[in-house]
Write a protein of this length. Structure first.
Length: 151
């Protein structure tokens, strides 16, 4: 399931582009959500925004064999999920720079509330990406939490 809400493409002359993709944490918004909300509320789930740069821009070829992925590890539960990039065949390839918005609906999780635990878990995420040549980006940890109400 594709969890990417959208891409904003921009050229940035001061970025140094390399073969290995680079990601930076931009934001998570909103930073609160409840576990009892069904997939009908998926679009209102928190979105993780990353800045992605890469010299070749070899992401999202649209092919089922495309190996470019986004990996998100929930640091509360240690669950790791991977999600494919959307079709980016129309995006500029050389000196690729974009802000990527990822819907976190399926990456959110909580630990079952116990009598002496708060019913709200704090979720942080570890994130990295791979391009079509399987070059792995740097690994980042989100600096802004998602407060997830466990019901």
């Amino acid at each position: 399931m594709v969890l990417l809400a959208g891409f904003l493409f921009s050229a940035c002359s001061k970025d140094k582009f390399a073969t290995v993709p680079k990601i930076e944490f931009v934001d998570i918004s909103p930073n609160a959500f409840a576990s009892d909300l069904t997939s009908l509320y998926k679009e209102s789930a928190p979105k993780l925004v990353l800045k992605v740069t890469d010299s070749e821009g070899d992401f999202g070829s649209g092919s089922i064999t495309d190996s470019s992925q986004i990996y998100i590890k929930n640091l509360l539960t240690n669950n790791l999920d991977s999600f494919p990039f959307p079709d980016l065949t129309r995006a500029p390839k050389k000196d690729f720079s974009a802000q990527v918005s990822i819907n976190l609906f399926e990456a959110l999780d909580c630990i079952t509330p116990a009598p002496n635990r708060p019913a709200i878990d704090t979720n942080y995420f570890e994130v990295y990406i791979t391009d079509a040549k399987r070059n792995k980006s740097n690994v980042i940890t989100t600096t802004k939490p998602v407060y997830f109400e466990c019901k």
